[in-house]
Design a protein around this ligand. Structure first.
Ligand code: F6P
Length: 423
């Protein structure tokens, strides 16, 4: 890959984008600590790309070493995130010109955008814009998404921790259901995130192995929801095992292509807001099979559960942040540090640059050979892929009050140099 010499001076702008995770701040720590070693000042955009457009920049050099280190175990997005997609340069030139104006005004020479496939698209567009508008800016994408749907990378930082939370929760709730199934609840339904790709649902499969172990039914968004087959499987499981645990992706659709759980609202990327498939399924189970049920929607709990993070995931999140700085300072442009697996057991991985053009707007779905023939479970190949990603624990430090000691940032804003900009 061609690299250009490092600009003589300049600052690095880091921004978080899209749905946050329990380890995205570990990537921020990787970025800031690596940049500090090279003597490069890091600004963080407040609320992702919106902060860059509004010139709302945070000076991370005001934060202590200990605070930045504590980001490694702090969930959420420390600098604020957003869902905002830059449109094409042709139709929205004013936004791009504003971005360049802000970057130029603050002598920002490197832009690191921490997000999923939509954010990779934004980072790619800014790198193209730099060239088109004659401003020397290097853009690096930093991978993140609980959905695990980025192309080119073995997995996405954020996913391993959600996977661990969902596998553990499936196991624990199933022990609860099993205890009282004779006289009480027979069907437990857990709804998990994953709009178009069933990676999180698949991770629930790690809770047990074999036909009688939970989860007994997994509903993937890659498969059309078949009501009759679903009810038959639930009924057979209750008759055989005495109870049944179902894990359903929020993104499952019927034969007409409609989400079972569409809430009716859309975000700035045009995505439907999902949530509520579990009650739909529960009502079906009650009406057609007459079983007592409980359902749960962990929603944001799953992607913020830093207390149950995967050590592997937290380490990868930090490593991609650090690598992004190394790439940027080496002059690379329009790339993302991705995770490359060289062995399943023991899990061995390394980081390599991949072009943003091959990542932007692509969605990596669960391959067919990761799902059992009836489409309700995971195969040995899926287990081999998933198992290493939930390995290890790295709990946050706890205080005397029994609560985790998370980082509290000052988030000192940089003085504005430009007039306000209407978005
Ligand atoms: O970022 C991915 C994700 O966590 C999806 O799995 C989920 O559908 C979505 O974000 C929720 O987004 P929001 O918080 O914008 O409703």
């Amino acid at each position: 890959m061609k690299t250009a010499p490092r600009p003589a001076s300049g600052k690095l702008l880091y921004a978080q984008s899209g749905g946050v995770t329990s380890v995205i701040n570990a990537s921020a720590a990787g970025v800031i600590e690596a940049a500090r070693t090279h003597g490069v000042k890091v600004y963080a955009a407040h609320n992702g790309i919106l902060g860059a457009l509004r010139e709302e920049l945070i000076d991370t050099s005001k934060e202590s070493k200990a605070t930045i280190a504590a980001l490694r175990h702090t969930p959420g997005g420390a600098f604020g995130s957003c869902r905002y997609k830059l449109k094409s340069l042709e139709t929205h030139r004013a936004e791009y010109e504003r971005l360049i104006e802000v970057l130029r005004a603050h002598d920002i020479r490197w832009f690191l955008y921490n997000g999923g496939n939509d954010s990779a698209d934004t980072a790619l567009k800014i790198s193209q814009l730099g060239k088109a508008m004659g401003y020397d800016i290097r853009c690096i994408g930093v991978p993140k998404t609980v959905d695990n749907d980025l192309a080119m990378t073995d997995c996405c930082p954020g996913f391993g921790s959600v996977a661990k939370y969902i596998a553990v929760s499936t196991l624990e709730a199933s022990l609860d259901v099993a205890s009282m199934a004779d006289t009480s609840t027979k069907v437990f339904i857990l709804e998990v995130m994953g709009r178009h790709a069933g990676w999180i649902a698949a991770a629930a499969g790690l809770a047990g192995e074999g036909a009688d172990a939970p989860p007994h039914v997994i509903l993937f968004p890659e498969n059309v929801f078949d009501e009759a087959a679903f009810l038959a499987k639930v009924k057979a499981t209750v008759q055989r095992v005495g109870w049944c645990t179902v894990v359903a992706s929020e993104g499952i659709r019927n034969a007409a292509g409609q989400f079972l759980a569409e809430a009716g609202t859309r975000d700035a990327f045009g995505h439907s807001q999902l949530g509520g498939v579990a009650p739909v399924l529960a009502a079906l189970v009650k009406e057609k099979l007459g079983y007592k049920y409980h359902w749960a929607l962990p929603d944001y709990l799953q992607r913020s559960a830093r207390h149950l993070a995967s050590k592997t995931d937290a380490e990868q999140a930090y490593a991609v942040g650090k690598a992004a700085v190394d790439y940027a300072l080496a002059g690379k442009n329009a790339v993302m540090p991705v995770i490359v697996r060289s062995s399943d057991a023991p899990y061995r991985w390394k980081i390599e640059p991949a072009p943003l053009s091959k990542i932007a707007n692509h969605e990596k779905k669960m391959p067919r050979n990761f799902m059992t023939r009836d489409g309700f479970g995971i195969t040995a190949a899926a287990r081999r892929y998933l198992a290493p990603l939930i390995q290890g624990e790295l709990p946050p430090p706890y205080g005397k009050d029994g609560l985790p000691r998370y980082a509290t940032l000052q988030n000192t804003m940089v003085a504005k140099k430009l007039p306000a900009f209407e978005i």
